[in-house]
Write a protein that binds this ligand. Structure first.
Ligand code: SF4
Length: 360
């Protein structure tokens, strides 16, 4: 079976090159084409002899992803729907600097990356979990989301993706081993060279895996999908809260915070008449203070299959004012992509509905 070229290590590639009777430097050239020059295919590798290109084609896959659909234009939020080898679909989202997720200026782009096909955690506001869990993504399917988008942006000049958020489809920490493998590659100088501090891993609250992540040598940022500041509210929309209630989650994040210092964000999707009360604002501010975390508010993007509504502008403003009054550092992420199925999993859901309709 062919192996993905995007996740082969420099050492193994060098062994392969030597076994093909080629000089050592050939492996550097191949890595350069894949990870730095953003080659769009084997034939672009002009300094690689054709007999080696032919062997590469026989033994390696160039990419594990095929672009099924793209929404949005350059300079705006863009969504990519990828078809995988088993005809499953996942999404990535490219977010320009002007909509930087945490209010920090970035001169380029953030890519939001998926880690699973579907999701087993069934949060009751999220399109990604609607059809359940299908499978974990392989390391190459995670790395290739970055490389594929980089290839498509090649005309822009230098590399464009400077930040990653591991927040697309799936629960990243439920695919821990493959995610760490992929991030080690994306973090490496010979690959995308994206610094660990530019990589945010988001979780719905898998407390044991947060503790494990705290012991990794890399200084990844951590984002917690909180979405409810008390167990009573959180349990209504996040079944994970029954297994790992807020007290457990907060203890695990405190441990992470003590080892990684200043690397935590609380994601809070603001949903009308569920979690937008002054009481929730106070409870959220207390958690943020305890964890020395920033709050990132996201007004809910409505999904047909769920009953929840986006709060009015007045209600959003009132919640922010309350958070500020209670001393919680807050940023508001106003999605720029309502017209492109902005909520995670919606593009895949729409694609699957269309494919089902064609089969009838
Ligand atoms: S919010 Fe995250 S953990 Fe919850 S169902 Fe969606 S993808 Fe899964």
């Amino acid at each position: 079976m062919r192996q993905p070229v995007s996740t082969i290590s420099p050492e193994l590639l060098q062994e392969w090159v030597c076994s093909a009777g080629e000089p050592d430097y050939r492996s550097q050239q191949i890595l350069q084409w894949i990870h730095q020059s953003r080659a769009k295919g084997w034939v672009e590798m002009s300094n690689i002899p054709s007999k080696i290109q032919e062997r590469l084609i026989l033994e390696f896959t160039f990419s594990t992803l095929i672009l099924q659909r793209k929404q949005g234009n350059a300079g705006m939020t863009q969504k990519f729907l990828w078809r995988l080898k088993d005809d499953q679909f996942v999404e990535s989202v490219l977010i320009p600097a002007s909509t930087s997720l945490y209010g920090e200026t970035s001169d380029r782009f953030t890519l939001c990356v998926s880690t699973q096909v579907g999701c087993a955690y069934g949060c009751k506001f999220c399109a990604s979990g609607l059809n359940g869990f299908k499978r974990n993504l392989e390391p190459a399917e995670i790395v290739d989301q970055v490389l594929s988008v980089e290839r498509m942006q090649r005309g822009e000049g230098d590399r464009v993706i400077t930040n990653l958020v591991i927040m697309g489809m799936g629960e990243p920490l439920a695919n821990y081993t493959n995610l760490m493998h992929a991030l080690n590659i994306l973090n490496a100088k010979w690959s995308a060279n994206i610094g660990a501090r530019k990589i945010t891993i988001s979780t719905s609250g898998l407390a044991p895996q947060i503790r494990k992540l705290a012991k990794e040598p890399q200084q990844y940022r951590l984002a917690i999908s909180l979405h409810g500041a008390t167990d009573r509210v959180r349990e209504q929309i996040m079944p994970i809260n029954k297994k790992h209630p807020l007290s457990q989650l907060i203890n695990a994040v405190e441990e992470y915070q003590s080892l990684k210092n200043g690397m935590v964000t609380l994601e809070y999707i603001l949903i009308a008449d569920l979690n937008d009360s002054p009481e929730q604002a106070l409870a959220l501010a207390n958690i943020a203070e305890r964890l020395r975390a920033k709050v990132n508010l996201i007004p809910y993007n409505e999904v047909d299959e769920f009953k929840w509504k986006r709060p009015t502008q007045t209600a959003q403003d009132a919640f922010i004012q309350n958070l500020e009054k209670f001393g919680a550092p807050t940023t508001l992420r106003r999605e720029k992509g309502h017209d492109i199925d902005a909520a995670c999993g919606q593009l895949r859901l729409r694609n699957e509905k269309e494919l089902d309709a064609q089969r009838v």
